[in-house]
Ligand binder design. Structure first.
Ligand code: PBG
Length: 329
């Protein structure tokens, strides 16, 4: 039909572009990951994640208030566990006075309306840096699931709104849902890391929590027996549908950028909200390129976040959340 249809008419100036724009980013899109450490007065930068920090509980309170004032209303908590509290079974994970349990209360104390989600997996508590219990060189599924259910219950008891199992054990969503129901935590939600790939993009996160899989004889060196093979697509749909059947309220695809095909496919397939985790390595890559002056940090950040939402993300977990919201305002 050219030239009756000239597509450039809708791109003539910012007014018309903004009028027909399909994907709009707002503070409501974000879930902010927070790293928590023991101690007092600690705000330490993570070496491989420039301008991202671990906070002790006292300073976490100020950070949470500042997020709230920016319109960021949901956080996802991770804890860095001291080495002497780590073991194979993740015993510390169910300590009712553990760092995670205290962190949940600290956030709720300064900001009762902040939505608190917690990471549920054994790796920060495991002396081997794995998300499951190890026996004879293998990650044992069902015994791990029992601990994950207890861990979830203890987070709910401490006041978490949602638990977010990131371990990829089979059957954990059902076990967690049943435990929460049995104990009366019917309103505690589950955001399942449903399609979580075995990815090299998690490197900086493992620095942040000192949780990399151990290089010890007879201990698996990677997470490929539980996290998904990045060559697979159908498997992501199967994992996600099973988690919904087991009771997941929100499902997730992780990492983000390399997996937007999966995000769109799942978004088309399911009727629950889909979260996407733009992971640590994605954050660090852009920070490094920007530091070198090779990429325009803010422009690339917005392009990436918009692409994630355009692909179908209802929720975006991102270390850029604060930067994005400040840029928007
Ligand atoms: C722990 C967990 C990981 C991430 C979130 N939860 C690391 C892993 O599975 O090894 C990665 C997040 C990131 O890289 O930003 N189970």
């Amino acid at each position: 039909m050219y030239p009756i249809r000239r597509n450039r008419r809708l791109r003539t100036n910012e007014a018309i572009r903004s009028l027909v724009r399909e994907t709009i980013i707002s503070p409501n899109d974000f879930l902010v990951p927070l790293f928590v450490v023991e101690g007092k007065g600690v705000k330490e930068e993570i070496a491989s994640m420039p301008n991202y920090y671990r906070f002790s509980l006292d300073l976490l309170e100020g950070e949470v208030k500042s997020l709230w004032s920016l319109g960021l209303k949901s956080v996802l908590l991770f804890v860095k566990v001291p080495d002497n509290l780590k073991d194979n079974k993740g015993t510390e994970a169910i300590n009712t006075n553990g760092l995670m349990q205290r962190a949940i209360k600290a956030v709720k104390n300064v900001c009762p309306d902040m939505l608190v989600m917690t990471d549920v997996a054994l790796d920060p508590y495991s002396s081997y840096g794995h998300d499951g219990i190890i026996e004879n060189g293998k990650i044992i599924n069902d015994d791990t699931v029992e601990v994950l259910a207890e861990m979830s219950l203890s987070h709910a008891q401490a006041g978490a709104n949602f638990v977010a199992p990131s371990d990829m054990m089979d059957g954990r969503i059902l076990a967690i849902r049943e435990t929460l129901e049995d104990e009366g935590y019917t309103d505690t939600g589950i955001m399942s890391y449903s399609a979580k790939y075995a990815s090299a993009f998690y490197g900086p996160f493992r620095d942040a929590l000192d949780s990399a899989p151990a290089a010890i004889k007879d201990i698996p060196k990677d997470k490929k027996t539980y996290q998904m093979d990045y060559s697979n697509r159908f498997e992501a749909i199967r994992e996600t549908e099973m988690d919904i059947d087991e009771g997941a309220d929100i499902v997730m695809v992780k990492p983000g950028l390399c997996y937007l095909d999966i995000v769109r496919e799942i978004k088309n397939e399911v009727d629950v909200p889909v979260a996407v985790y733009q992971v640590s390595g994605e954050y660090s890559m852009l920070k490094a390129a920007a530091e070198k002056g090779w990429l325009d940090h803010d422009a690339v950040m917005m392009e990436q976040i918009t692409a994630i939402k355009r692909a179908g993300a209802d929720v975006i977990a991102s270390y850029f959340a604060k930067d994005v919201v400040k840029l928007l305002s």
